[in-house]
Design a binder for this molecule. Structure first.
Ligand code: BES
Ligand code: ZN
Length: 559
């Protein structure tokens, strides 16, 4: 049972969707229909998840009704199916609908919010439970569907989807969960990266993106050598405008990314390794409910680090692993015990707000610990067979436990790792020699330092000499988004005046939740900070994605 869906796939299970949509920038809506093809199991009803949708009519049904709206789940659409089950004429319905301008899974951007400033932009973000705000469907990762889509956009704007383009429409023949259905439209150019990969971005960014992501093919091959073939055909990336609330989103065949990783030196491409890794962990083998999210993200961070090691060497992997480990401790210290476990209880909660580093970093640390207990070779063989065994299926933590107990009995105390708070003793702790050198004192020569060394150096300062740091290293002028974010956060914490004017342009130009959340949280700790936070947020809020607005409303309050 998925507590975040009203649908009852045990009674009627949707198998395939045919979408037919107009992208109406003038009204900020998607308008059209979806035809749902299903198996009737035990019921004459089909219940779909919806949120803020206007349902115009339902074809081939005996009737329908839209239930009351739950604040997290939206409104169930209960459709009474026509005729007797078993007759193919009765195993589909067509819902005519339109979205609302405030749909939680859509962001409509005005031209000034894009790089080119001349055309509007639209993109979807369906994970975790926002697909229902742009398609009425069974919005649970336990249900997989294939789909086709016809999408009409105004002249000059290209639509892309995480699907194959075939004869003028999109087609996804591999069954995927609803949270991976994705669409974007805007002024997009394309550059190939390799035989089966490429990048879409606004014309002004596409060259820089192609240079930044030129190791993509090497990354794909690296995962394939370890865990078997890439099964999705093409792997393309789409660089979104800076308001995208996440670093990346692993939409199948078409990863969505923030432009804030275009650092110019490939220093932030671990995000590409991460989203690519989801093509195995997450997209092929999927968490059946959001309580099992660690199966998606923990496995993905583990695979991401293995890719980094193969493509960029052990020293880079070690640095990223130590950074992740430190951030896990930092975040976990502020979490209630119930949120320090891998298998989460999210009943009555918005899954977006239950998303912390615990499933990511504690999950990856568990896999790393199993690897060190059984040896890399055995663990790689296990993972490869895990991905094969569960390919194109959605599984629970219990399914994982049963499988590993059969294949690698009792490698480490799994129950403690999964169901108890914190990091158990005996975890395989990462270590970086480069970071040991960074910790040795004030550095003599930083000319060869990587972004990771800078981040560790800054986070390692207990009582930072902000003026000296800025004088020697010009951090206020950093053009690396991660370093600048770390520096601005420290500037708020220490009230370092010379950097504070930089907070507003930063918070007004990026919408990445990972950057916004810590800075607004820190600002809210003092009266002057609160005033600054409210003043900035009033200006910035209209440019944020609905998902980020919910998060920051919870920190700053409505402005
Ligand atoms: N699938 C996630 C993004 C996500 C998680 C969206 C939960 C909605 C709900 C994606 O793969 C991810 O983990 N992105 C991270 C980057 C990653 C390198 C840790 C992010 O956006 O920060
Ligand atoms: Zn992820």
């Amino acid at each position: 049972m998925d507590v975040h869906s009203s649908s009852r796939p045990d009674q009627t299970r949707v198998r395939h969707l045919d979408l037919d949509l107009d992208v109406r920038f003038d009204r900020r809506i998607l308008e059209g229909s979806v035809t749902l093809h299903f198996d009737r199991v035990t019921s004459d009803d089909l219940i779909l998840d919806t949120r803020d949708l206007a349902i115009h009519s339902v074809e081939n049904a005996a009737g329908y009704e839209l239930g009351a709206a739950d604040p997290f789940l939206g409104s169930p659409l209960r459709i009474r199916l026509a005729g007797p089950a078993g007759d193919p004429a009765n195993d589909w319905v067509r819902v005519h609908y339109s979205t609302s301008p405030g749909a939680s899974g859509l962001q409509w951007l005005d031209p000034p919010q894009t790089a080119g400033k001349r055309h509007p932009f639209l993109y979807t973000q369906s994970q975790a439970i926002h697909a229902r705000s742009w398609i009425p469907l069974q919005d649970t990762p336990g249900v997989r569907v294939t789909y086709s889509a016809r999408v009409r956009t105004p002249a000059g704007l290209r639509a892309v989807m995480g699907a194959e383009m075939r004869d003028g429409h999109f087609q996804m023949d591999q069954p995927i969960p609803s949270y991976l259905i994705a669409l974007a439209a805007g002024d997009l150019a394309f550059r190939p990266l390799g035989p089966r990969s490429g990048v879409y971005a606004e014309p002004a960014l596409v060259e820089a993106a192609a240079t930044e992501f030129s190791d993509t093919e090497a990354m794909i091959s690296a995962v394939e050598e370890m865990y078997g073939p890439y099964r999705w055909g093409r792997y393309d990336l789409l660089v979104l405008p800076p308001s995208f609330p996440f670093g990346g989103m692993e939409n199948p065949r078409l990863t969505f990314t923030t432009p804030t990783i275009l650092a110019g030196d490939k220093s932030l491409v671990s995000l590409v390794a991460h989203e690519l890794a989801h093509s195995w962990s997450g997209n092929l083998v999927t968490n059946a409910t959001w309580s099992d999210f660690w199966l998606n993200e923990g496995f993905t961070v583990y695979v991401e680090r293995r890719v980094l090691e193969r493509v960029y060497g052990a020293a880079r992997e070690e640095m990223e692993a130590v950074l992740g480990r430190r951030e896990l401790d930092r975040e976990m210290a502020g979490l209630p015990e119930a949120d320090r476990v891998l298998h989460l209880d999210l009943t009555g909660r918005d899954p977006d707000e239950g998303c912390t580093l615990v499933p990511y970093e504690k999950g990856a640390l568990l896999l790393r610990t199993i690897e060190s207990a059984v040896g890399r070779e055995r663990f790689d063989r296990f993972l490869r067979s895990y991905f094969d065994h569960f390919a194109f299926r959605s599984i629970t933590t219990a399914d994982f436990l049963a499988y590993i107990q059969a294949e690698l009995p009792n490698p480490v105390g799994l129950d403690e790792w999964i169901f108890r708070p914190g990091v158990p003793a005996g975890a395989a702790e990462p270590h970086s020699d480069a970071f040991t050198r960074v910790e040795a004192g004030w550095p003599a020569d930083t000319s060869l330092w990587t972004t990771q060394e800078w981040l560790h150096f800054l986070r390692f300062q207990k009582d930072p000499d902000m003026a000296r740091l800025d004088r020697e290293f010009h951090l206020t002028d950093s053009r690396n988004s991660e370093i600048l974010h770390q520096w601005l956060l420290m500037s708020v914490k220490t009230s370092y005046q010379p950097a504070l004017p930089g907070i507003e342009p930063f918070l007004c130009s990026v919408g990445r939740r990972k950057f916004l959340k810590p800075i607004y949280t820190e600002l809210m700790k003092t009266p002057e900070g609160q005033a600054r936070a409210r003043q900035i947020y009033a200006k910035a809020r209209p440019g944020y994605h609905p998902i980020a607005q919910v998060t920051i409303d919870g920190i700053v309050g409505k402005v």
